[in-house]
Write a protein that binds this ligand. Structure first.
Ligand code: ATP
Ligand code: MG
Length: 431
């Protein structure tokens, strides 16, 4: 990022703070805009999905294998916000449209009992099939537990009593097999994505239940065209393998990481094009750079830039405004609770402010350069400060640049830290 303040020139920086009021509040767009194509925080719609070609090919192969009768299991992992749910949802769409598989994507975040899990799976299967012309032949599968909910019964839910749920948990292979029997003329198999299993994994019974499910299927059913994909954070996968070591032989682990800059650019162009907005090359370069390959950031930055623009041409100024606003939003969500409100040590806070103040801050920094700006008493806790920031997932060692080199985990955190330092200074000046 060279030695211009984050790519913001001094003029730009002052301009942003003073003229547009970006540091203090969001730039308000005066125009009447249609809705933003960006979806920070929820899985991306199919038409804006980018990348993951390798993982898609691999997983589709397993789904095919499953459809031929051999039950398959995948554990999809990756860091928070990297795009697990989006990939699961895109895969569900692909298998449903291209492989004639009945696909469901079930969100299990916050669920911690097996009964609730099974109820959610069956509930989703019900919702997915309700509109099919062949729903008639499977409606008896759900028995009398279909409950019409919502106004005028426009929506249905699956709500059996607790003791029946216990049976459904115990006999889950048979339950799925009965359903497969009923839909075998319509569908080649089942695709079940169990998303956010983070809470369930903590329970020993989930690991044991899954293991028995797979064993029973293997020993009792010759043809069981069911593909199951769990998604969770990498550390949850480790917990699962400790709880039930043989489970990890069952799962094929698929990992997703950052997107490439080309993929981010592809995404931003399509999204802006969708709303008839042109992006100038310099602006594109900035948005791509600050997205740091992270899907969550490209949505935050794209969204903020979309709202900052008022003439359907994104120029450099719009991009700067968008990046600052995105940094503000991301910082408030991720850095405020953990860092600005979480760290009690006054010395840590003053080191952090210096990190945000000293000359040209970039995503990378050298320990000794920061150290040179510290007081004696700050120097004493500097090592611990770095450890703490690493533990909080704010910085990481920059191995390529050698010992004592660090970097922020993305390019947007330092922007917020820089803005916070500027705000702090302003406040001090006033008093
Ligand atoms: N392949 C992609 N193409 C375009 N946008 C994506 C892609 N993957 C993820 N996103 C976007 O990135 C953000 C995070 O994605 P998502 O919610 O899928 O991540 P996640 O890994 O499931 O996160 P969590 O760990 O919080 O569950 C969302 O705004 C989503 O729209
Ligand atoms: Mg998710």
């Amino acid at each position: 990022m060279g030695n211009s303040n984050f790519g913001f020139s001094e003029r730009k920086r002052k301009g942003l703070i003073k003229e547009k009021g970006i540091v203090i509040g969001r730039k308000k767009s005066m125009n009447n805009k249609e809705n933003s194509p960006f979806t920070p925080g929820s899985p991306v719609p199919v038409e804006l999905f980018v990348g993951r070609a390798e993982q898609i090919t691999e997983i589709l192969r397993y789904v095919k294998q499953a459809s031929s009768g051999k039950q398959e299991n995948v554990f999809l992992t990756g860091d928070r916000g990297i795009g697990k749910s989006s990939l699961a949802s895109f895969l569900r769409y692909l298998v449903a449209t291209k492989q004639n598989v009945l696909g469901i994507h079930v969100f299990l975040g916050g669920i911690s009992t097996m009964e609730e899990m099974v109820r959610h799976i069956l509930d989703q299967l019900l919702k997915e099939t309700k509109e099919e012309v062949w729903f008639e032949h499977i409606s008896q599968f759900f028995g009398k537990y279909i409950k019409e909910v919502g106004l005028f019964g426009i929506s249905v839910s699956f709500n059996p009593p607790e003791h029946d749920l216990k049976d459904l948990v115990r006999n889950f292979p048979e339950v799925l097999n009965n359903l497969l029997e009923k839909i075998k003329n319509e569908k080649a198999g089942l695709f079940i994505a169990l998303d956010d299993i983070n809470g369930l994994v903590e329970k020993a019974d989930f690991a044991n239940w899954y293991k028995s499910f797979v064993d029973e299927v293997a020993t009792h059913y010759e043809h069981f065209p069911v593909f199951i994909m769990l998604t969770g954070l990498p550390e949850k996968r480790d917990i699962l393998s400790i709880r039930q070591p043989s489970l990890m032989r069952i799962f094929r682990v698929v990992d997703i990481e950052k997107l490439s800059d080309e993929e981010v650019e592809g995404f931003l162009s399509t999204a802006f094009e969708k709303v008839g907005t042109k992006v100038e090359p310099e602006a594109m370069e900035l948005m791509v750079r600050f997205s740091s390959g992270l899907p969550l950031l490209m949505h935050e930055i794209g969204d903020a830039t979309f709202w900052a623009d008022d003439d359907t041409v994104i120029d450099k100024d719009d991009a700067f405004a968008g990046i600052s606003n995105a940094a503000e939003a991301v910082g408030k969500k991720y850095l405020d609770p953990k860092v600005y409100r979480g760290i009690r040590s006054e010395r840590y806070m003053s080191i952090l402010r210096k990190l945000g103040e000293t000359g040209p801050i970039s995503q990378n920094f050298k320990k000794k350069d920061v150290e040179a700006t510290l007081t004696e008493s700050e120097k004493k806790v500097f090592n611990n400060f770095l450890i703490k920031m690493r533990e909080l997932g704010i910085i990481e060692s920059d191995l390529e640049s050698g010992r004592g080199a660090y970097r922020f985990v993305n390019a947007i955190y330092p922007v917020y830290i820089w803005m916070e330092s500027a705000r702090f200074k302003e406040k001090q000046k006033r008093f």
